[in-house]
Design a protein around this ligand. Structure first.
Ligand code: PMP
Length: 409
């Protein structure tokens, strides 16, 4: 036995660890311990020896196995090596990092683009650097953890408004000192319920109160708007949004984060943004793959169409089977199946896995208080057969664990 100190700093997590252990002891499968031993395609993997349809990835556009994306990564790895071993601000900016930023500038039609090592770090860095002590961040209560963490790091005063409420946003902005610096943060698509923000109205309200606007388009890049630039493009508000944050870990199919902007002073962020300066840059293969993917996403109307078709088919199919969903119609490629409690969510999640379907188990704090979800995210590459198989699995799993869907409907 290790001799633990009297004040064990890990003891505060005993309740969390105990709850998990009790579930595992009762024979449950671990929703945070899933291992994909092989990945066969953007929509299939081997999990615990079984071929499984994946419907809980953010691989919206199915770019992970795109031959051009893979070839670009392979070539960069051979030419530039496995990693940069340094910060973007020192030895970690290679030609491929610049090329990736050029691809982003072209994709968004902006003057500036800055690539971070993850989307989490992009939010952490940009939010904390823009909004410091004495400034106000006004954000949706359902904002992603990386946005909240950016606020905490920057020490700005945080004002939360009710999820997607234009009225509450206006009310809270109206109470702030007119002269103070203000940053309104919105997300194009909210990743837990899959609903989209009323960006047109919200951006107008923010502007009317003299606030700068940042929109996180993590779950919208690639398939919202004519060119895939996100809800900002679809809502026609690009000119009034100061900063767009995004990630490569969803539609782009790799890993990394970014911020694009037309702000004339944007480049100073490369000097003062700590999560950009004090971390190693992405490996050359990753940025080269990302650039190839971004360029292909500029011309992907067929994939966008297929993704919307798949999403609508899944939404309609689940609804017809009596499941309660996060949105009345399909608003994005995320479909949240609302469950009554944690035990039912876990039982259903496991029953689906046993039927060869992987979805995300989601619970607070990732979800709003008291909300338990089976989160499904569609891919442009899901076939009609796969969608039919998933729907049958949902029906069988619900019957097997005894969910009364008529009561829920
Ligand atoms: N923003 C939002 C809205 C997200 O959902 C996520 C990740 N799920 C991130 C940022 C962070 O992205 P990354 O995975 O690249 O760190």
């Amino acid at each position: 036995m290790i001799d633990l100190p009297k004040h064990d700093l890990l003891a505060k997590f005993d309740a969390v660890a105990g709850e998990r252990q009790a579930y595992l002891d009762a024979g449950g499968r671990d929703p945070v311990g899933v291992v994909m031993s092989e990945v066969l395609s953007p929509t299939r993997a081997i999990i615990a020896g079984r071929e499984t349809i994946t419907m809980g990835t953010y691989n919206y556009m199915g770019m992970t196995f795109d031959p051009d994306v893979i070839a670009a990564g392979e070539a960069a790895m051979r030419e530039f090596g496995a990693g940069t071993t340094g910060s973007r601000a020192l030895n970690g900016t290679y030609a491929s990092h610049r090329a990736c930023e050029d691809a982003l500038k072209e994709f968004y039609g902006t003057r500036h683009a800055m690539v971070f090592s993850t989307g989490y770090q992009a939010n952490l860095g940009v939010v904390s650097t823009l909004a410091g002590r004495g400034d106000y961040v006004i954000l949706d209560a359902d904002s992603h953890a990386s946005i909240y963490d950016g606020c905490a790091m920057g020490n700005a005063d945080v004002v939360r408004f009710r999820h997607n409420s234009v009225e509450d946003l206006a009310k809270r902005l109206g109470r702030l000192p007119a002269a103070a610096g203000k940053l309104v943060i919105l997300e194009g698509v909210y990743s837990m319920l899959g609903d989209i923000a009323p960006l047109k109205e919200m951006v107008a309200v923010a502007r009317a109160h003299g606030a700068m606007v940042l929109v996180d388009e993590a779950h919208a890049m690639g398939f919202f708007g004519e060119h895939g630039r996100g809800v900002t493009e679809a809502a026609g508000v690009e000119a009034d949004v100061d900063f767009v944050i995004g990630t490569f870990s969803k539609s782009v199919g790799t890993v990394g984060g970014f911020c694009v902007s037309n702000h004339p002073k944007f480049e100073v962020l490369r000097l003062v943004c700590r999560p950009y300066v004090f971390t190693a840059s992405l490996p050359p293969a990753v940025v080269a793959s990302s650039a190839a993917s971004i360029r292909k996403l500029m011309h992907a109307p067929d994939k966008r169409r297929r993704l919307w078709e798949n999403t609508r088919a899944m939404h309609a199919g689940l609804r017809a089977r009596g499941f309660v969903l996060g949105t009345p119609t399909a608003e994005s490629a995320i479909i949240a199946v609302i469950m009554p409690d944690q035990a039912t969510t876990l039982a259903m999640w496991q029953a689906l896995l046993e039927r060869g379907v992987y979805v995300n188990f989601a619970r607070p704090p990732a979800t709003p208080t008291g909300v338990y979800l089976l989160r499904c995210s569609l891919c442009a590459e899901h076939s009609a057969d796969e969608i039919a198989t998933i729907l049958t699995a949902f029906e069988d799993a619900a019957a097997a664990i005894g969910i009364d869907r008529r009561a829920a409907a």
